[in-house]
Design a protein around this ligand. Structure first.
Ligand code: NAD
Ligand code: UD2
Length: 310
């Protein structure tokens, strides 16, 4: 039996695929390569790559007929919040309708597990911290609304159809292969890119929006993969889990870590705060910890690995 990874050519998906293959599993990736890259994927006879969209209902149906999936990891999405604000209809088709097409096929083919990549964005800017799964949500952008709707479709599928749906709310993921090219990419990938360019002599700055004291729960991608595998193995069907480290790190702390590792930093520019920016974010991860999850990498260790790789 094989495993389907949608969005498997992307940043997080490609790390998941790598680990699944190393465990000797047969993997099918469905990805339209809109942001993912074939070069993110390893060469393996156990890997089948299908170029196509999760919004192609016919293709999704045929894929589930051709392969006997035991599990589905649904990571394909337009992951840019900014793009969802600019093109809400397109993003809704991918981020919400796409989930429904996959669920429909998964239910009709008797797939056992369906793991969905949701986002801490569903919590919005409500002030209570740390975020616990049962707290109220406040999805503020089309991206967050679609993630929340998809999450509900996935977890409700257990009660409605017996499909073992589990949703994971990723906090701020960082690591190798995260694309720094847009200003809305993860801040760590942008900072590392600037440092790399600075080291080759380019006159770049590191830009901080606001005072740099804003915090996030940054989690290294390898720990996110562990969470995905734990969710597949023993996540309680119909449940939602935060995926973070449970620790807050400010941007200023991040830059201190990078300076410690690299030995130098480009000039830091403080720019006006981004409208709608959240001041603090951190997950309560006790629910996932009860399944045996424990982040193996501190932010500094993740950063060291990442800097060594690039
Ligand atoms: P990514 O853009 O690298 O990966 C998304 C993948 O989905 C890409 O390979 C892209 O080509 C593919 N894709 C997009 N539209 C598609 C479509 N219509 N059909 C098939 N494939 C399609 O982003 P990522 O950071 O690896 O995100 C993976 C998942 O995790 C996404 O669902 C994202 O919303 C979620 N997430 C990420 C973070 C983070 O910090 N990176 C945080 C919260 C949630
Ligand atoms: C993350 C997600 C976003 C959405 C949101 C929900 C990523 C990349 N973004 O946004 O998709 O889920 O959470 O809350 O995963 N910053 C700088 N300089 C830069 C870039 C960013 O100062 O060059 C700041 C930015 O203003 C913010 C912080 O760094 O205060 C983190 O930014 P981010 O875009 O990495 O992540 P976030 O949490 O805003």
């Amino acid at each position: 039996m094989s495993v389907l990874v949608t969005g498997g050519a992307g940043f997080i998906g490609s790390h998941l695929v790598e680990v699944l293959l190393s465990q000797g599993r047969e993997v099918v990736v469905l990805d339209d390569l809109s942001t993912g890259k074939l070069s993110n994927l390893p060469d393996s006879s156990s890997l089948e790559f299908v170029k196509g969209s999760v919004t192609d209902e016919e293709l999704v149906r045929r894929l589930f007929e051709e392969f006997n999936f035991s599990s589905v990891f649904h990571l394909a999405a337009v992951a840019s919040v900014q793009r969802s604000v600019e093109e809400p209809l397109y993003c809704h088709r991918v981020n919400c309708d796409g989930t429904l097409y996959l669920l429909q096929s998964a239910v009709s083919r008797g797939v056992k597990r369906f793991i969905f990549a949701s986002s801490a964005a569903v919590y919005g800017d409500l002030p209570q911290l740390p975020k616990r799964e049962e707290m109220p949500v406040s999805p503020l952008t089309p991206y967050a609304v679609d993630k929340y709707a998809s999450e509900r479709y996935v977890v409700n599928s257990f009660r409605l159809y017996g499909l073992e749906g589990v949703a994971l709310r990723f906090f701020n993921v960082f690591g190798e292969r995260q694309d720094p090219s847009s200003p809305y990419s993860g801040v760590i990938s942008i900072f590392i890119d600037r440092v790399k360019r600075y080291l080759t002599g380019e006159p770049v700055t590191v830009d901080i929006f606001g005072d740099g004291r804003q915090t996030r729960d940054f989690i290294y991608v390898k720990d996110v993969v562990s969470a995905l595998l734990i969710a597949e193995e023993r996540g309680v069907p119909g449940e939602v889990y935060n995926v973070g480290t449970g620790k807050e790190t400010s941007l200023l702390e991040l830059l201190d870590y990078i300076r410690d590792i690299v030995g130098t930093l480009p000039e830091i520019r403080f720019l006006p705060e981004r409208p709608g920016d959240i001041k603090r974010s951190v997950a309560d991860i006790s629910k996932l910890e009860k399944l045996g999850f424990s982040p193996r990498f501190s932010v500094k260790e993740g950063l060291s690995n990442l800097i060594r790789e690039v």
